[in-house]
Design a protein around this ligand. Structure first.
Ligand code: IPD
Length: 265
């Protein structure tokens, strides 16, 4: 199909910047309007407002495209391009007035992610990537840390919202912690994976990550030198997402797999 990934990135970056501006403006008065998997899995009116703004802007520019967004689900299209959108990744951070949240927009062509932006406006950071062309933070090329052994690795992770899921994730973490340098829990999967891409952490793993959390950040990390995948050679999925450069990916995978990380409590 004749579509230029760089043009898709420009559109995504434009829309993410505008959504970021609206979200900054509304953060101090954000309140919960809905809960999802548990009483702590919240949606604010600003998630919905940003979701609507992003969808409207993308479809105004490219009316035949499909969309998958965290707050409004799937809308079909006929162009072969699908946008995968998380209006706020790190909603709890957003609700509490913190700065670690991001707008995430990825563009897929025929099912392959070709461009992505993670916009963290309170941090004044824009992470971008185009498949095969590299990854950037505020326009500067970024790359993962190389050759970090597992026992020296700083590993980002996160936890789901449902009690049983969290209890199991804590058990898995007990098995991981003695074998690594330390963990970090920032509260935004997209920013965690961008942190792998920048070398601010060495690796990331989490169960329960959806396409909208990882779409853009996964491409950014891959273009920065990471392998992004699931367990046993599977693609990254809600079952498990791991991001790290090799050979750390394989070492972390080998540590996590016997801990039965896909069983919920
Ligand atoms: C959440 C964040 C968090 C992760 C959760 C995600 P949301 O996304 O990315 O870091 O640990 O698993 O659900 O709810 O803020 O969009």
């Amino acid at each position: 199909m004749d579509v230029d990934p760089t043009e898709l990135l420009c559109l995504a970056a434009d829309v993410a910047r505008d959504a970021g501006g609206v979200l900054i403006e509304g953060q101090s008065r954000a309140s919960v309007v809905q809960t999802k998997t548990s009483p702590t899995d919240v949606v604010t009116e600003m998630d919905n407002a940003a979701d609507a703004l992003i969808s409207r802007r993308l479809l105004a520019a490219r009316p035949d495209d499909a969309l998958l967004t965290e707050e409004s689900g799937e809308a079909s299209g006929k162009s072969g391009v699908r946008w995968v959108v998380d209006p706020i990744d790190g909603t709890v951070n957003y609700l509490y007035g913190m700065a670690d949240w991001a707008v995430s927009i990825a563009a897929e062509v025929d099912g392959v992610t070709v461009a992505g932006v993670v916009e963290a406006p309170r941090r004044r950071e824009t992470f971008t990537a185009v498949r095969g062309q590299g990854a950037w933070r505020n326009g500067e090329a970024i790359s993962c840390n190389r050759d970090v052994p597992l026992n020296k690795a700083l590993v980002a992770t996160g936890f789901g919202y449902a009690a049983g899921r969290r209890a199991r994730q804590a058990e898995v973490l007990l098995g991981v912690l003695p074998h690594i340098r330390d963990i970090r829990r920032a509260g935004s999967a997209a920013l965690d994976v961008c942190s792998v891409a920048c070398g601010w952490v060495d690796a990331y793993y989490e169960r329960g990550i959806n396409a909208w959390d990882i779409g853009a950040a996964g491409l950014i990390a891959e273009e920065a030198g990471a392998r992004v995948g699931g367990l046993d050679g599977e693609a990254a999925s809600p079952e498990m997402t791991i991001a790290a450069p090799e050979p750390l990916f394989t070492a972390l995978h080998g540590l996590i797999l016997p801990l039965d990380p896909t069983r919920d409590g």
